[in-house]
Design a protein around this ligand. Sequence first.
Ligand code: FAD
Length: 381
Amino acid sequence: MHKIVILGAGYAGMITAATLVGRTKKRADVQITVVNATERFTERLRLHQLASGQELAQLSIPEMLPEVEFIQGWVTAVDPDARTVRVDDERVVEYDTLVYALGGVADTHGVPGVDDHAYTLDSAHNAELLAHRLATMTTGTVAVIGSGLTGLEAAAELAERHPELGVVLLGREEPGATMAAKAKAHTEAALARLGVTVRSGVEVVKVLPDGVALAGGETVDADVVLWTSGVRISVLAKGVEMDEHGRIVTDDALRSVSHPNVYAVGDVAAIRQRYGLMHGTCQSGMPTGAHAAMSIVRELNGKAPKAFRFGYLHMPVSLGRNDAVIQFTRPDSSPRRMALTGRRAVWYKETVSGAPWPTYGRIKKFPAMGSVWTHGGRYTR
Ligand SMILES: Cc1cc2nc3c(=O)[nH]c(=O)nc-3n(C[C@H](O)[C@H](O)[C@H](O)COP(=O)(O)OP(=O)(O)OC[C@H]3O[C@@H](n4cnc5c(N)ncnc54)[C@H](O)[C@@H]3O)c2cc1C
């Protein structure tokens, strides 16, 4: 029996598991185990909606993947030499092939006070804590730190849902800095319409109980601080080669360069393409998961895995529930001129956000779907 253990059932881990189920259903010599912190599948793309007080679908991982062994628990360590995973410090799970898909969280360690005073969108629980806090407020200010796409979506969502509160978006870059002119202008106009105050070009150096301190000495008052800046990866697999951000360095088939029986997918993987290192998105994480699954099956069949090739297609950004912007991109993620805005963009964004979990069911039935992402069409460079 070949034991495949998948750590993390987010977007990348789920598609790895579903593709493996689809591609090994005629084999009796493969056992697939999925370990995840929660039984509920976290739609991370929608956590800003949850934080603003909206309800999300309750999606159960064991119900979506009844074919695999599911272990609910917190992975505390991986021993790549003994080929074991420790769960909740007590249970030990053995593997022959490991798929590391634990994702990343906002980087709360670099700036003092973030862990003590700021909310994050790292999990459904964290988002719900913020939603409960906002539900108790009738007036006051929310400071969203980080002007990247997560901070931008969060600021717009909170401002639309809580017009009684002031929302300030603070960060180094202007919101939409990675977009071309049309999409960026639309983003700026939407934030202004929603009443979001934007402070770009600022560096937050400390989070206080009642605001944030900026480099240069200024403080910005806030009743609630939401931290969305940076990405931190938990380093649990000692001895596995990582880059300076804690991401597992992979070969072109997505295997760890130091431990080839460890695959890394999604946000935890440092994957090099011709244009440079990929950055973590759902858009790229799902193809990595499908590709890893197909590579594992090829190896089980005595074949060499194929190289992973990926190019970005778009940057879909919600601006509350009634507006959005879709910046189309070149494969290296740089913006093209073309963008969608308004109602058509809302429809497009909603289609993209709602697509992942129905895909898990479809790919089990039609596992060849995985090839569309990984070897064909727009995603190939
Ligand atoms: C608010 C928000 C909006 C976003 N919007 C977009 C978007 O529009 N488009 C886009 O492409 N990307 C978006 N992203 C980024 C996207 O969500 C991530 O790139 C994507 O989730 C990465 O998938 P993943 O499977 O690698 O990790 P995740 O989806 O984060 O999954 C990791 C899984 O591992 C589990 N886990 C973590 N640590 C442990 C542990 N120690 N033990 C057990 N289980 C553990 C987690 O519970 C989770 O289920 C957004 C992110 C946020 C926060």
